[in-house]
Write a protein that binds this ligand. Structure first.
Ligand code: FES
Length: 93
């Protein structure tokens, strides 16, 4: 049986530093520290991860300056995540 403490990763979410367990997704970190909000719709309504498997695109966030799917991206040390932006290529409202 392994009793080692879980490894931790530090990343920045919307300008604030947070520690998370290694191996969780950015979507999971956003649910802990950003009310689960990933982006804004074209009507400026908050959106969040829905399918959790890379299909719906609701979890698009800026990660290190590039749009990526939060549900398909594992947290990495010193990653910079920005949420609440209106994303281009909007297909869902
Ligand atoms: S939650 Fe649907 S693509 Fe990420």
């Amino acid at each position: 049986m392994n009793h080692a403490p879980p490894r931790r990763t530090s990343l920045e979410i919307n300008g604030a530093r947070h520690e998370v367990s290694s191996g969780i997704t950015v979507a999971a970190a956003l649910s802990l520290f950003a009310h689960g909000i990933t982006r804004l719709s074209v009507q400026a309504e908050p959106r969040g991860a829905f399918c959790g498997m890379g299909i719906c695109q609701e979890c698009r966030v800026l990660i290190d300056g590039q749009l990526r799917l939060a549900c398909q991206t594992l947290c990495e040390s010193d990653m910079v995540v920005s949420t609440g932006t209106q994303t281009h290529g909007e297909s869902n409202q």
